[in-house]
Design a protein around this ligand. Structure first.
Ligand code: GRF
Length: 194
């Protein structure tokens, strides 16, 4: 499988995927990073890991269509089979989703459909729910929506602070995402293989 990780910021999930590939836990032929933010820390991670980067800033293109067309052109060059969103802070257009239907995954730090949006960990913490978790799902046209591949629950402990909860959620993400990618694309039960 030729894999593209899309990320806009820190990139800890990107690093977890790179590590899992190195350890043979995710079978990937080639890996690229697609990033829309020239200041993102994930770019440093990619450089260190020797992963090829496609940097496309939305501001450099007159429209979202042109921005996505430039990305698609590169995805075609690298014959990308699967796209995984890992903190990519931009909604993909319906046309993009249609083009890569069932070949885009996302990770979200809550038990979807609970706590959609950019502040899921904080929202769950402030709501004082007993459990939250992590979801990996197939991307469709709606935000944080689509068939779930893997979901794992995490108990919010009474001694958890927001910071400790965030740390535990991220650790769970790093374990779950590589597993979901392998399951979805490479396993016989996955529907991602084409
Ligand atoms: C993760 O919490 C992910 O679930 C969400 O964005 C965050 C990205 O973190 N979609 P990182 O950039 O991978 O560290």
């Amino acid at each position: 499988m030729n894999l593209a990780v899309f990320a806009s910021g820190n990139g800890s999930n990107f690093s977890a995927i790179v590590k899992a590939i190195k350890e043979g836990k995710v079978r990937v032929r080639s890996l690229i990073l697609v990033c829309d933010n020239p200041g993102a820390f994930v770019l440093k991670r990619a450089q260190k890991a020797g992963v090829r980067v496609i940097l496309a800033s939305r501001g450099d293109f007159p429209s979202r269509k042109d921005f996505e067309a430039a990305i698609i052109q590169r995805l075609k060059i690298y014959k990308i089979d699967l796209i995984v969103l890992a903190g990519f802070m931009r909604m993909l257009s319906p046309a993009f989703v249609e083009r890569y239907r069932n070949r885009i995954l996302n990770i979200h730090p809550s038990l979807l459909p609970a706590f959609k949006g950019a502040h899921a960990i904080k929202d769950a913490f402030e709501d004082k729910v007993p459990f939250t978790g992590v979801t990996v799902h197939v991307v469709d046209e709606k935000m944080d929506h689509g068939p779930v591949i893997l979901q794992e629950r995490l108990k919010i402990k009474s001694r958890d602070s927001f910071v400790s909860l965030e740390k535990r959620i991220h650790a769970l993400e790093h374990k779950l995402y590589p597993r979901a990618i392998e399951l979805f694309y490479n396993s016989k039960v996955g529907s991602g293989k084409r």
